[in-house]
Design a protein around this ligand. Structure first.
Ligand SMILES: *[C@@H]1O[C@H](CO)[C@@H](O)[C@H](O)[C@H]1NC(C)=O
Ligand SMILES: *[C@@H]1O[C@H](CO)[C@@H](O)[C@H](O)[C@H]1NC(C)=O
Length: 328
C-alpha cells in the first residue's frame, strides 16, 4: 500500500527534521554537554550511517595519565571492606610510615579487610621518584600516575585514587580519602559509622560538610578566579581532610569528572561532581578538619583529627591502644 509507505516515510522525515532542529538548538554555548539527547520516538532507522560522534564534544577533563607505579592485584584475592586512599607527597616518608604502623595498619582487625593506598604524582626530582619506587617495592601500598605532583594538582591525585578503586577494586564496600597529617579513629569509622554487619549503602557520601563560596582574594591559598568559577556559592562539599563513601561512588565521580572542568580545590571539585550526580553529602561531626589537643576521651569520640605529626600519631596510637580497658 503505497500511501502507508509514504506516510511512514513522511513521519520519519518529520521526526528526523525535528531531531536535527532539537540538536541544533541544544548545541552547547559553553563547552560542556552532558548526555546527548537522541530522540526516542524514531520510527524507522535511517539507512544512512548517522552517528552523533561528530557533535559529541571531547571530554573536558580527559585524565590521560598513566599509572607508573601500580598495585593492580591488591584486590584480586581479597574484597576489602574499606579502601583508604591517602594523599601524600614524596618527602613524607615518615608520615607514611607512621600511618602504616598506626591507624593505617591493614592487620589491625582480624575480621575486617582494610587496604591502605598512598597516592602520589610524578616528581620533578628524579631522586625522590627513585626513593618512592624503592619504598613501593618494600610495602606495595603506593600508586603513582605521571602527572606532576604539586599542590595545584591535588585534584588529579584524588581522581587517580577514584580511578584506581573503580578499575582495580570495584567490589570494595567503602572508600575513605584522607591526607597524611590526619589521625583516624578506625574503631569509630568502622564500627560506629560504617557498621560492617548492616546492609551496604550505595550512593553514600559523608564527611564534614562545608557550605561555602569562592574566595576572590588572590593572596589566599584557596583563591578561586572568577573566570574559572563564576558562581557565588560552591555546592555542599566535604572537607578534603577526610571523607568516606560507598565504593560505587568512586566510578560515578571519576566518570563525571571527565566532563567537568577541573578545579584545583580537590574537595570543592568532588562536591561539584556530587551535585551533578544528585548525591548529597551527609554531615558527620566526627570528622574534625582542625587540630584538637590530645586527650584519650576526646579522641575516642572522633573519626578524624587534622594536623597530626608522625610523632604525635605514634604517641596517640600507643596511648589509645594501651588504655582500651579504661572508661571515660
Ligand atoms: C558508522 O560510522 C561510524 C563512525 O564513522 C563507524 O565507526 C561505524 O563503523 C559505521 N557503521 C556502519 C554500520 O557503517
Ligand atoms: C599538573 O600536572 C600536569 C600534568 O603533568 C602538568 O602539565 C601541570 O603543569 C601540573 N600543574 C602544576 C600546577 O604543577
Amino acid at each position: 500500500m503505497p500511501s502507508k509507505v509514504s506516510c511512514l516515510y513522511l513521519l520519519t522525515v518529520v521526526c528526523w527534521a525535528s531531531a536535527l532542529w532539537y540538536l541544533s538548538i541544544s548545541r552547547p554555548t559553553s563547552t560542556y554537554v552532558g548526555h546527548m539527547a537522541v530522540p526516542k520516538r524514531r520510527i524507522v532507522k535511517p539507512s544512512k550511517n548517522i552517528t552523533f560522534t561528530n557533535i559529541r564534544t571531547r571530554p573536558l577533563n580527559p585524565h590521560t595519565f598513566e599509572f607508573i607505579i601500580n598495585e593492580p592485584k591488591k584486590c584480586e584475592s581479597i574484597t576489602p571492606f574499606l579502601v583508604i586512599l591517602i594523599s601524600t607527597t614524596h618527602k613524607e616518608f615518615d608520615a607514611r610510615q607512621a600511618i602504616r604502623e598506626t591507624w593505617g595498619d591493614e592487620n589491625t582487625f582480624s575480621d575486617i579487610r582494610i587496604l591502605t593506598i598512598f597516592l602520589l604524582g610524578w616528581n620533578t626530582d628524579a631522586v625522590l621518584n627513585q626513593m618512592v619506587e624503592q619504598e613501593s617495592q618494600i610495602f606495595h601500598d603506593i600508586v603513582v600516575e605521571n602527572f606532576i605532583d604539586s599542590y595545584h594538582n591535588l585534584t588529579l591525585k584524588t581522581l587517580m585514587g577514584l580511578r584506581w578503586v573503580a578499575t582495580f577494586c570495584p567490589k570494595a564496600q567503602y572508600v575513605m580519602k584522607t591526607d597524611s597529617d590526619i589521625f583516624v579513629n578506625m574503631d569509630n569509622l568502622i564500627y560506629k559509622l560504617l557498621k560492617p554487619t548492616t546492609k551496604p549503602r550505595r550512593r553514600y557520601f559523608t564527611g564534614y560538610v562545608i557550605y561555602g563560596g569562592p574566595i576572590r582574594d588572590m593572596r589566599s591559598k584557596w583563591y578561586m578566579p572568577r573566570d574559572v568559577y563564576p558562581e557565588s556559592k560552591y555546592p555542599p562539599f566535604c572537607s578534603g581532610t577526610g571523607y568516606v563513601f560507598s565504593a560505587d561512588v568512586a566510578e560515578l565521580i571519576y566518570k563525571t569528572s571527565l566532563h567537568t572542568r577541573l578545579l584545583h580545590l580537590e574537595d570543592v571539585y568532588v562536591g561539584l561532581c556530587l551535585r551533578k550526580l544528585g548525591i548529597h553529602p551527609y554531615q558527620n561531626n566526627g570528622f574534625n578538619h582542625w587540630k584538637m589537643a590530645y586527650s584519650l576521651c576526646r579522641y575516642r569520640r572522633v573519626i578524624t583529627v587534622h594536623q597530626i605529626s608522625p610523632e604525635e600519631m605514634h604517641r596517640i596510637w600507643n596511648d589509645m591502644s594501651s588504655k582500651k580497658h579504661l572508661r571515660c
